[in-house]
Design a protein around this ligand. Structure first.
Ligand code: TLP
Length: 343
């Protein structure tokens, strides 16, 4: 039985063409700035996002932490959504390594921040308070079901940031999914943020890496923090070659992943007790199953060859390169059988 791995879009394996690009990559020592492939990726990524410069980093977590360090001073507070990946899943790096506080604002069900609530969380200038140093947004929003923040949502937050003269960072781990879902160039979304991290290792199908983009001055500072965090890599063109290939060849196909998530949603919604939570907008699909113990249900799905996670009361399926329409149909049928067997 073929395993259908829906745990994350991070499980994607490089395509034969991507492996070919990796094998052919021209290399140098990137800590000396000598790796031509890394340099090309950083330029291509920055151009694509409409920013001055880019920096290849090891992961989305490292990119977000570097952005917080480079925008803020020790002791500052960073405002983040209460359901953001940064506050939930990045090991508290901002606190532990940066001496930065994370101050949360409620994310609504679509991953948005209410401008009035956001304004109220920004600290007044006062000797008693930490300084607010940065606002962060997440697009697409993982815990909010892969929800897309559109230009209106982004501009509302940008407006608050501008009025309070605060920088805005976007955790755009899946920002290309957002752009494809909206049918706009990714630069349109990136334009609302001073810095953006996007992941190569998720829907874009690369084995490793993320790129942080921003102004030239910001990236120069980010580069120092990357080194401090042990992220100065050497012949990293091996990684960058995959990224360059992905920017040219793996972006438009994200629409297939979105269509597959919708297909999965339609199939699952027909099954007894299954409730989508919420309707999928991109490649992430969350659902609840009434009257079942989820850890047990997810274990039974695994035994049936449908690999996925129980994310605190919801099941998550993620569609990605390597998962075809037929796999989704199969996964829904296997789920139907698991439910019928009473798991
Ligand atoms: N998300 C992973 C897990 O950590 C949960 C996943 O499978 O979805 N921002 C967002 C919005 C993310 O979803 C992730 C990874 C990251 C940042 C961190 O990226 P990495 O894993 O490269 O550090």
């Amino acid at each position: 039985m073929k395993a259908i791995d829906l745990r994350s879009d991070t499980v994607t394996l490089p395509s034969p063409e991507m492996r070919e690009a990796i094998a052919r990559a021209e290399l140098g020592d990137d800590v000396f700035g000598d790796d031509p492939t890394v340099n090309r990726l950083q330029e291509a990524a920055a151009e694509r996002l409409g920013k001055e410069a880019g920096l290849l980093v090891t992961s989305g977590t490292q990119g977000n932490l570097i952005a917080m360090l480079a925008h803020c001073r020790r002791g500052d507070e960073v405002i983040v959504g209460d359901l953001s990946h940064t506050v939930l899943y990045e090991v508290g790096g901002a606190w532990a390594l940066g001496g930065l506080g994370l101050r949360t604002v409620r994310n609504d069900s679509r991953g948005r921040l209410d401008p009035a609530e956001l304004r109220a969380r920004i600290r007044p200038i006062d000797d008693h308070f930490p300084r607010t140093g940065l606002i962060c947004l997440e697009n697409t929003h993982n815990q909010c079901g892969g929800a897309v923040l559109g230009e209106e949502d982004l501009s509302a937050v940008r407006d608050v940031a501008d009025r309070r003269k605060l920088p805005l960072h976007m955790d755009g781990a899946r920002v290309f999914n957002a752009a494809v879902a909206l049918g706009v160039p990714v630069a349109r979304l990136a334009a609302y943020a001073d810095s953006v991290t996007f992941c190569l290792s998720k829907g874009l199908g690369c084995p490793i890496g993320s790129v942080l983009c921003g102004t030239g001055e910001f990236i120069a500072s980010a580069r120092r923090y990357r080194k401090m965090l042990g992220g100065g890599m050497r012949q990293a063109g091996i990684i960058a070659a995959a990224g360059l290939y992905a920017l040219d060849n793996m972006v438009d196909r994200l629409a297939e992943d979105h269509a597959n998530a919708r297909l999965a949603g339609e199939g699952l919604a027909q099954l007894p007790g299954v409730q989508l939570a919420p309707e999928p907008q991109t490649n992430l699909l969350y659902f609840t199953v009434e009257g079942r113990k989820l850890p047990e249900f997810v274990r039974k799905l695994g035994e049936a060859g449908v690999l996925c996670f129980d994310e605190g009361g919801r099941v998550r399926w993620v569609t990605h390169y390597g998962i075809e329409r037929a796999d989704i149909e199969d996964a829904v049928e296997r789920t139907r059988a698991v439910l019928a067997a009473g798991a």
